[in-house]
Design a protein. Structure first.
Length: 196
């Protein structure tokens, strides 16, 4: 018998090496932005910056931009032969989760690729996992769906997750008295279609 897994979803994890200085710089930046802003979106509790981090003239954002771009290009080259056109766009924002904060199941509309990079994770964090569900609509009719449909990834400082923007995902609350901080990036690929 030959069995193949069809229509699999390319979900990757990555690590930025020697990232201690970068993580501290990004964490300090985001906490300072939070002091001066009350922007919120898509979370229950917590803090969500505007989607303009990559426009900031900040040494740590520039380093992050360079490193996350390399990760995105590697991921793209491993899942498809299609190249990114010259009008590909990328946006990033920060998310600060305190104890009990979470995000509901959602997708990133129109984004081809999304990433979450963890610049601060509480030590011995309980909860706070990134979770995603089986994206196949028909799978929900299976009686076993609720037992096997959700997968969890425990955030690790200096690590990240990369996935298609259409993937349903969410974050569960953590109970630690410290912040869980990540930077999310969306990539909108210019597919250079001949149809305008």
């Amino acid at each position: 018998m030959n069995i193949q897994n069809a229509f699999s979803t390319p979900i990757g994890t990555f690590q930025l090496t020697n990232s201690e200085s970068l993580n501290k710089g990004l964490t300090d930046l985001l906490l300072n932005i939070k002091k001066e802003d009350n922007h919120q979106r898509s979370m229950v509790g917590g803090y969500h910056t505007k989607e303009d981090l990559l426009t900031l003239d900040n040494i740590f954002i520039k380093e992050f931009h360079t490193k996350i771009s390399a990760i995105i290009l590697e991921y793209q080259s491993r899942i498809t032969n299609e190249s990114m056109g010259k009008n590909t766009k990328m946006v990033s924002w920060g998310m600060i989760y305190g104890a009990g904060d979470y995000s509901k199941p959602h997708v990133h509309p129109l984004a081809d690729i999304s990433t979450s990079y963890y610049c601060k994770v509480p030590k011995d964090m309980v909860g706070g996992t990134f979770e995603y569900t089986d994206p196949r609509p028909a799978a929900k009719y299976d009686i076993n769906f609720t037992h096997v449909s959700a997968k969890k990834i425990l955030p690790i400082e200096g690590h990240g997750i990369i996935f298609p923007g259409w993937l349903d995902h969410y974050v569960v609350p953590h109970t630690n008295d410290d912040y869980r901080i990540c930077i999310t990036t969306n990539v909108f690929i210019d597919h250079e279609s001949e149809i305008k």
